[in-house]
Design a protein around this ligand. Structure first.
Ligand code: 5GP
Length: 220
Protein backbone atom coordinates (compact mmCIF):
# COMPACT_ATOMS: atom_id res chain seq x y z
CA UNK A 1 0.00 0.00 0.00
CA UNK A 2 1.46 3.35 -0.99
CA UNK A 3 1.89 6.02 1.62
CA UNK A 4 0.02 9.29 1.52
CA UNK A 5 1.53 12.63 0.72
CA UNK A 6 0.75 15.48 3.14
CA UNK A 7 1.82 19.03 2.41
CA UNK A 8 1.93 21.66 5.13
CA UNK A 9 2.03 25.13 3.69
CA UNK A 10 1.37 28.74 4.65
CA UNK A 11 3.11 32.06 5.06
CA UNK A 12 6.62 32.29 6.42
CA UNK A 13 6.40 33.08 10.13
CA UNK A 14 3.02 31.43 10.59
CA UNK A 15 4.64 28.70 12.68
CA UNK A 16 4.90 25.83 10.19
CA UNK A 17 8.21 24.67 11.68
CA UNK A 18 6.85 24.60 15.24
CA UNK A 19 3.64 22.81 14.30
CA UNK A 20 5.59 20.37 12.15
CA UNK A 21 7.99 19.47 14.99
CA UNK A 22 5.08 18.74 17.37
CA UNK A 23 3.24 16.72 14.73
CA UNK A 24 6.35 14.64 14.00
CA UNK A 25 6.70 13.87 17.72
CA UNK A 26 3.18 12.50 17.84
CA UNK A 27 2.66 10.54 14.68
CA UNK A 28 4.69 8.47 12.27
CA UNK A 29 5.60 10.43 9.14
CA UNK A 30 8.57 10.56 6.81
CA UNK A 31 9.68 14.19 6.82
CA UNK A 32 11.12 15.34 3.50
CA UNK A 33 14.27 17.44 3.97
CA UNK A 34 14.31 20.25 1.44
CA UNK A 35 17.25 21.55 -0.52
CA UNK A 36 17.97 25.27 -0.51
CA UNK A 37 20.50 27.77 -1.81
CA UNK A 38 20.12 30.04 1.22
CA UNK A 39 22.84 29.99 3.89
CA UNK A 40 22.28 28.14 7.15
CA UNK A 41 21.06 30.25 10.07
CA UNK A 42 22.77 29.82 13.43
CA UNK A 43 21.86 26.44 14.86
CA UNK A 44 20.69 24.97 11.57
CA UNK A 45 22.32 21.73 10.50
CA UNK A 46 23.04 20.52 6.99
CA UNK A 47 21.17 17.33 6.21
CA UNK A 48 18.80 17.90 9.16
CA UNK A 49 17.09 21.24 8.60
CA UNK A 50 17.93 21.45 4.90
CA UNK A 51 20.47 20.28 2.40
CA UNK A 52 22.37 23.52 1.92
CA UNK A 53 23.76 23.67 -1.62
CA UNK A 54 24.99 26.31 -4.04
CA UNK A 55 22.99 27.42 -7.05
CA UNK A 56 25.01 25.24 -9.45
CA UNK A 57 24.24 22.05 -7.50
CA UNK A 58 20.58 22.98 -7.20
CA UNK A 59 20.30 23.73 -10.90
CA UNK A 60 22.07 20.49 -11.82
CA UNK A 61 19.47 18.48 -9.94
CA UNK A 62 16.71 20.63 -11.40
CA UNK A 63 17.98 19.96 -14.93
CA UNK A 64 17.58 16.24 -14.24
CA UNK A 65 14.01 16.72 -13.09
CA UNK A 66 15.18 15.83 -9.62
CA UNK A 67 12.62 17.90 -7.73
CA UNK A 68 9.02 17.08 -7.00
CA UNK A 69 8.54 20.84 -6.75
CA UNK A 70 10.69 23.89 -6.37
CA UNK A 71 10.30 27.62 -5.95
CA UNK A 72 12.31 30.79 -5.73
CA UNK A 73 11.41 32.44 -2.47
CA UNK A 74 12.79 35.82 -1.34
CA UNK A 75 15.83 35.43 -3.57
CA UNK A 76 16.67 31.80 -2.78
CA UNK A 77 15.81 28.47 -4.36
CA UNK A 78 14.01 25.80 -2.36
CA UNK A 79 13.00 22.36 -3.56
CA UNK A 80 11.81 18.91 -2.54
CA UNK A 81 14.15 16.17 -3.83
CA UNK A 82 11.71 13.73 -5.34
CA UNK A 83 13.56 10.43 -4.92
CA UNK A 84 13.43 10.18 -1.10
CA UNK A 85 9.74 11.09 -1.22
CA UNK A 86 8.99 8.49 -3.85
CA UNK A 87 10.91 5.80 -1.95
CA UNK A 88 9.09 6.50 1.30
CA UNK A 89 5.71 6.40 -0.44
CA UNK A 90 6.65 3.11 -2.08
CA UNK A 91 7.57 1.69 1.33
CA UNK A 92 4.07 2.64 2.42
CA UNK A 93 5.18 5.49 4.67
CA UNK A 94 3.15 8.67 4.87
CA UNK A 95 5.23 11.66 3.87
CA UNK A 96 5.14 15.23 5.13
CA UNK A 97 6.43 18.22 3.15
CA UNK A 98 6.65 21.63 4.77
CA UNK A 99 6.94 24.11 1.92
CA UNK A 100 5.78 27.51 0.72
CA UNK A 101 2.67 28.06 -1.32
CA UNK A 102 3.90 28.07 -4.93
CA UNK A 103 5.59 24.73 -4.34
CA UNK A 104 2.50 23.29 -2.65
CA UNK A 105 0.42 24.19 -5.69
CA UNK A 106 2.94 22.47 -7.96
CA UNK A 107 2.63 19.33 -5.86
CA UNK A 108 -1.17 19.44 -6.13
CA UNK A 109 -0.94 19.82 -9.91
CA UNK A 110 1.43 16.84 -10.22
CA UNK A 111 -0.12 14.70 -7.51
CA UNK A 112 -3.84 15.46 -7.18
CA UNK A 113 -4.15 12.94 -4.30
CA UNK A 114 -1.74 14.96 -2.15
CA UNK A 115 -3.43 16.51 0.87
CA UNK A 116 -2.65 20.22 1.23
CA UNK A 117 -3.03 21.76 4.66
CA UNK A 118 -2.79 25.52 4.86
CA UNK A 119 -1.67 27.10 8.10
CA UNK A 120 -3.13 30.57 8.68
CA UNK A 121 -1.99 33.20 11.16
CA UNK A 122 -4.76 34.61 13.37
CA UNK A 123 -4.19 37.95 11.56
CA UNK A 124 -1.64 39.75 9.37
CA UNK A 125 -0.66 42.01 12.26
CA UNK A 126 0.04 38.94 14.41
CA UNK A 127 2.13 37.50 11.56
CA UNK A 128 4.15 40.71 11.40
CA UNK A 129 4.65 40.61 15.16
CA UNK A 130 5.94 37.01 14.95
CA UNK A 131 8.33 37.82 12.09
CA UNK A 132 9.76 40.80 13.98
CA UNK A 133 9.94 38.82 17.22
CA UNK A 134 11.84 35.86 15.76
CA UNK A 135 14.43 38.36 14.54
CA UNK A 136 15.68 36.25 11.63
CA UNK A 137 15.03 38.82 8.91
CA UNK A 138 15.83 42.43 8.07
CA UNK A 139 12.93 44.96 7.93
CA UNK A 140 12.99 44.82 4.08
CA UNK A 141 12.80 41.03 4.13
CA UNK A 142 9.93 41.19 6.60
CA UNK A 143 8.02 43.55 4.28
CA UNK A 144 8.62 41.14 1.37
CA UNK A 145 7.45 38.21 3.44
CA UNK A 146 4.32 40.07 4.51
CA UNK A 147 3.43 40.94 0.90
CA UNK A 148 3.90 37.32 -0.04
CA UNK A 149 1.76 36.30 2.94
CA UNK A 150 -1.10 38.53 1.78
CA UNK A 151 -1.12 36.81 -1.60
CA UNK A 152 -0.97 33.40 0.04
CA UNK A 153 -3.82 34.10 2.42
CA UNK A 154 -5.99 35.34 -0.47
CA UNK A 155 -5.36 31.97 -2.12
CA UNK A 156 -6.05 29.79 0.91
CA UNK A 157 -9.18 28.41 -0.79
CA UNK A 158 -6.95 26.42 -3.18
CA UNK A 159 -6.00 24.04 -0.38
CA UNK A 160 -7.78 21.02 1.06
CA UNK A 161 -7.77 22.15 4.68
CA UNK A 162 -7.14 25.33 6.63
CA UNK A 163 -5.77 25.36 10.18
CA UNK A 164 -5.45 28.61 12.15
CA UNK A 165 -2.30 28.70 14.24
CA UNK A 166 -3.43 30.84 17.13
CA UNK A 167 -3.05 28.49 20.09
CA UNK A 168 -0.25 26.08 19.15
CA UNK A 169 -1.69 22.98 20.84
CA UNK A 170 -5.03 23.50 19.08
CA UNK A 171 -3.35 23.86 15.70
CA UNK A 172 -1.40 20.64 16.32
CA UNK A 173 -4.57 18.83 17.38
CA UNK A 174 -6.37 20.03 14.22
CA UNK A 175 -3.47 18.91 12.08
CA UNK A 176 -3.42 15.46 13.68
CA UNK A 177 -7.19 15.16 13.24
CA UNK A 178 -6.78 15.82 9.51
CA UNK A 179 -4.07 13.15 9.26
CA UNK A 180 -6.30 10.67 11.08
CA UNK A 181 -9.29 11.43 8.85
CA UNK A 182 -7.21 11.05 5.69
CA UNK A 183 -5.72 7.80 6.97
CA UNK A 184 -9.21 6.43 7.40
CA UNK A 185 -10.08 7.00 3.75
CA UNK A 186 -10.58 3.93 1.64
CA UNK A 187 -9.03 5.42 -1.46
CA UNK A 188 -5.29 5.24 -2.09
CA UNK A 189 -2.81 7.19 -4.16
CA UNK A 190 -3.27 6.80 -7.89
CA UNK A 191 -0.53 5.56 -10.20
CA UNK A 192 -0.09 9.18 -11.38
CA UNK A 193 2.45 9.75 -8.62
CA UNK A 194 4.53 6.76 -9.64
CA UNK A 195 4.66 8.14 -13.17
CA UNK A 196 5.49 11.65 -11.98
CA UNK A 197 8.29 10.37 -9.75
CA UNK A 198 9.61 7.61 -11.98
CA UNK A 199 13.08 6.32 -10.99
CA UNK A 200 16.09 7.57 -12.85
CA UNK A 201 19.62 6.14 -12.19
CA UNK A 202 21.43 9.38 -13.13
CA UNK A 203 19.26 11.34 -10.80
CA UNK A 204 19.98 8.89 -8.01
CA UNK A 205 23.75 9.31 -8.44
CA UNK A 206 23.39 13.10 -8.39
CA UNK A 207 21.29 13.07 -5.26
CA UNK A 208 23.65 10.63 -3.53
CA UNK A 209 26.57 12.93 -4.26
CA UNK A 210 24.79 15.93 -2.79
CA UNK A 211 23.65 14.06 0.30
CA UNK A 212 27.13 12.54 0.83
CA UNK A 213 28.63 16.02 0.70
CA UNK A 214 26.10 17.30 3.21
CA UNK A 215 26.20 14.36 5.60
CA UNK A 216 29.69 13.10 5.13
CA UNK A 217 27.90 9.76 5.04
CA UNK A 218 25.38 7.91 2.99
CA UNK A 219 21.73 8.21 2.38
CA UNK A 220 19.69 5.17 3.32
P1 5GP B 1 13.10 29.61 5.46
O1 5GP B 1 14.15 30.27 4.61
O2 5GP B 1 12.48 30.58 6.44
O3 5GP B 1 13.59 28.34 6.11
O4 5GP B 1 11.93 29.15 4.48
C1 5GP B 1 11.30 30.06 3.66
C2 5GP B 1 10.07 29.40 3.07
O5 5GP B 1 10.44 28.34 2.18
C3 5GP B 1 9.17 28.77 4.13
O6 5GP B 1 7.83 29.14 3.84
C4 5GP B 1 9.37 27.29 3.94
O7 5GP B 1 8.23 26.53 4.29
C5 5GP B 1 9.63 27.23 2.46
N1 5GP B 1 10.31 26.01 2.03
C6 5GP B 1 11.16 25.23 2.72
N2 5GP B 1 11.53 24.18 1.98
C7 5GP B 1 10.87 24.27 0.80
C8 5GP B 1 10.82 23.46 -0.38
O8 5GP B 1 11.44 22.41 -0.51
N3 5GP B 1 10.03 23.90 -1.39
C9 5GP B 1 9.32 25.04 -1.31
N4 5GP B 1 8.56 25.36 -2.35
N5 5GP B 1 9.34 25.82 -0.21
C10 5GP B 1 10.10 25.44 0.82
Amino acid sequence: MRGRLFVMTGASGVGKGTVRAKVLERTRLFYSISMTTRSPRPGERDGVDYYFVDRAAFEALLAQDGFLEHAEYVGHLYGTPRLPVERALERGEDVLLEIEVQGALQVKAKVPEAVLIFLLPPSLSELKRRLVYRGKDSPEKIEKRLKQAEWEIENAHLFDYVVVNDVLEEAVADFLAILTAERRRTSRMAPALARALERDPDLEAELDAIVRRSYGGTRD
